[in-house]
Design a protein around this ligand. Structure first.
Ligand SMILES: NC(=O)c1ccc[n+]([C@@H]2O[C@H](COP(=O)([O-])OP(=O)(O)OC[C@H]3O[C@@H](n4cnc5c(N)ncnc54)[C@H](OP(=O)(O)O)[C@@H]3O)[C@@H](O)[C@H]2O)c1
Length: 267
């Protein structure tokens, strides 16, 4: 029987997950279909109950429900630490945060050895916390954020250093990660870090995938920095979710091709 999966969020019209997962189902011959579930906040609880009642097998979770969803299911360790989930196995009743794997696999795939390096994470939201969680054990991680109080809270929680943005220019990092929407389509084109940070040629990882070549990625490349794209993170977090959903190895290249061709339509 065909198994139904989906993404729950509001709005979800922009989500690339249906295209990515349906391409993976086709490629692997898995008898599944993946659909968007746009759910208004006032209907969220009944929608989650409905997903279970209807026998939906698994969902991804996007804005604004990544925190709220954790109240409904057992939480994998990374969800407990980060406080947000993006994938639920509805059969097992467990929620996961596959952004952690998305980050680690995207870096590995770009031949970035993120061990024993000085890392700067820009931002203090869910994506930034997933990044700090993923990298803090094997690296020296610092965080900076527009709202200092929020940045300091995350720094304290994970036992890392908070750096004020005005101090960044004088500092050197091996890896800089943008986990803010600065540079995303529809947001200001401002760089998330002062250009001085790029002069020491850190590897620059921008989590934004639309556009795939952000102003930060372009500027970093012009300074001779190696770059890692948010498209890779998107595909690898999706690949991990696919593996949770199906128990099969994800066809990463096919998923990436589907995402890139969809993104081209949006530009
Ligand atoms: N590639 C992927 O698979 C993937 C996965 C997840 C997320 N992302 C991307 O990662 C980014 C962050 O996502 P999130 O879920 O962590 O969002 P979030 O929880 O809303 O956090 C956003 C962060 O960005 C900062 N920020 C927002 N607007 C800013 C501005 N104009 N100037 C400076 N800082 C600003 C916020 O700072 P304040 O604390 O001051 O508000 C906050 O730290 C988004 O662009 C998202 O698309 C990508």
């Amino acid at each position: 029987m065909m198994e139904v999966f989906g993404v729950i969020g509001y709005p979800v019209g922009h989500s690339l997950s249906p295209v990515m997962h349906n391409a993976a189902f086709r490629e692997t011959g898995y008898n599944g279909i993946y659909v968007p579930f746009g759910v208004r906040p006032e209907n969220f609880e009944s929608a989650v109950e409905g997903l279970v009642a209807l026998g939906i097998k698994g969902v991804n979770v996007t804005i604004p429900y990544k925190e709220k969803i954790t109240e409904f299911f057992r939480q994998e360790r990374e969800v407990v630490e980060i406080g947000a989930a993006n994938t639920v196995d509805l059969r097992k009743g467990i929620c996961y945060n596959t952004d952690v794997d998305g980050i680690l696999r995207a870096l590995r795939n770009s031949n970035v050895d993120a061990r024993d390096t000085n890392v700067l994470v820009v931002g203090a939201g869910g994506a930034a916390k997933a990044c700090v969680y993923a990298l803090r054990e094997s690296n020296r991680v610092s965080i900076t954020n527009r709202t200092e109080e929020r940045g300091r809270e995350v720094a304290k929680k994970f036992g890392i250093e908070f750096v004020r943005s005005e101090n960044l220019s004088a500092m050197k990092f091996d890896l800089v990660v943008n986990a803010t929407p600065l540079g995303m389509k529809g947001f200001p084109e401002k760089l998330p870090v002062p250009v001085e940070v790029l002069k020491s040629k850190p590897i620059v990882f921008d989590m934004i995938y639309n556009p795939p070549e952000t102003p930060l990625i372009k500027k970093a490349a012009s300074y001779g920095c190696r770059t890692v794209s948010g498209v890779d993170m998107l595909v690898h977090q999706g690949a991990k979710a696919f593996e949770i959903f199906t128990g099969r190895k994800a066809p990463v290249d096919v998923m990436k091709k589907a995402v890139i061709s969809e993104l081209k339509k949006l530009i």
